[in-house]
Design a protein around this ligand. Structure first.
Ligand code: 5GP
Length: 190
C-alpha cells in the first residue's frame, strides 16, 4: 500500500499549523513532515518536533547531499526545507503525508511530485491576517511587515492550488480538510 502527499500552503499566521496539528491528532494515518530550518526556535518550540533547527552549515550539507525534497528562503534569509527520506518512508508505509510549506516549496513539489494534492489556506480577509500576526506577538514590527508582504504575494497565487480553503471558523475548516483528504474514518478519542 502506498500513501499520499498533501501540500498545505498559505500566508503566515493563517492558522495552517493549528489545522494540520488537529488533523494529526484526530487521524492516526496522517503524518506531518518536520521541516529543517535555519530560523531560531520560538519560545515553546521543540527541536525535532516543530522543526529540526539547524545552522547554515548543516542546511548547506542537506542541500548538497540531495537530502531535501524541496527548500526555499522564506521571509528574507531564513531557509526551510523538507527532509526527503522520512517523507518517502511515510508514503511507502501508506501514511497520508502533509507538508506545510510555502508557495516556492509547493511549486517545487508540483514539479517533482505532481501526483501530490495542493491545498491553499486563505484568511477570511487581510485584516484578520494582520490581527492574527500581531496577536502572536513573536515578531518585531519589521518582521511583521516583511511577513505581510510575503503574504500578499502568496495570496495572489492561490489559484495555482487545486483547492482554496478559507480559514474563518477553525472547526469548519478542519471538517473541509477532512473531506478533501478523504479522512472519513472515526478519529482517535482525545
Ligand atoms: P514559521 O517561521 O512561521 O514557522 O514559517 C514560516 C513559513 O515557512 C511558513 O509559510 C511555512 O509554511 C514555511 N515553511 C515551513 N517549513 C517549510 C519547508 O520545509 N519548506 C518550505 N518551502 N517552506 C516551509
Amino acid at each position: 500500500m502506498s500513501g499520499s502527499v498533501t501540500v498545505v500552503s498559505g500566508p503566515t499566521a493563517v492558522g495552517k499549523g493549528t489545522l494540520v496539528a488537529e488533523l494529526a491528532r484526530r487521524f492516526p494515518e496522517v503524518w506531518v513532515s518536520v521541516s529543517a530550518t535555519t530560523r531560531a526556535p520560538r519560545p515553546g518550540e521543540v527541536d525535532g518536533v516543530h522543526y529540526q533547527f539547524v545552522d547554515d552549515a548543516a542546511f548547506d550539507r542537506l542541500v548538497a547531499e540531495g537530502g531535501l525534497l524541496e527548500w526555499a528562503r522564506v521571509h528574507g534569509d531564513t531557509r526551510y526545507g523538507t527532509p526527503r527520506a522520512p517523507v518517502e518512508e511515510a508514503v511507502a508505509r501508506g501514511r497520508q503525508v502533509i507538508l506545510e510549506i510555502d508557495l516556492q516549496g509547493a511549486r517545487q513539489v508540483r514539479a517533482s511530485y505532481p501526483q501530490a494534492r495542493f491545498v491553499f489556506i486563505a484568511p477570511p480577509d487581510r485584516q484578520a491576517l494582520l490581527d492574527r500576526l500581531r496577536q502572536r506577538g513573536t515578531e518585531t514590527p519589521e518582521q511583521i511587515a516583511r511577513r505581510l508582504r510575503t503574504a500578499e504575494e502568496e495570496l495572489r497565487c492561490a489559484d495555482e492550488f487545486d483547492h482554496v480553503v478559507v480559514n474563518d471558523v477553525l472547526s469548519q475548516t478542519v471538517e473541509e480538510l477532512v473531506d478533501l483528504l478523504g479522512l472519513g474514518h472515526p478519529g482517535r478519542p482525545s
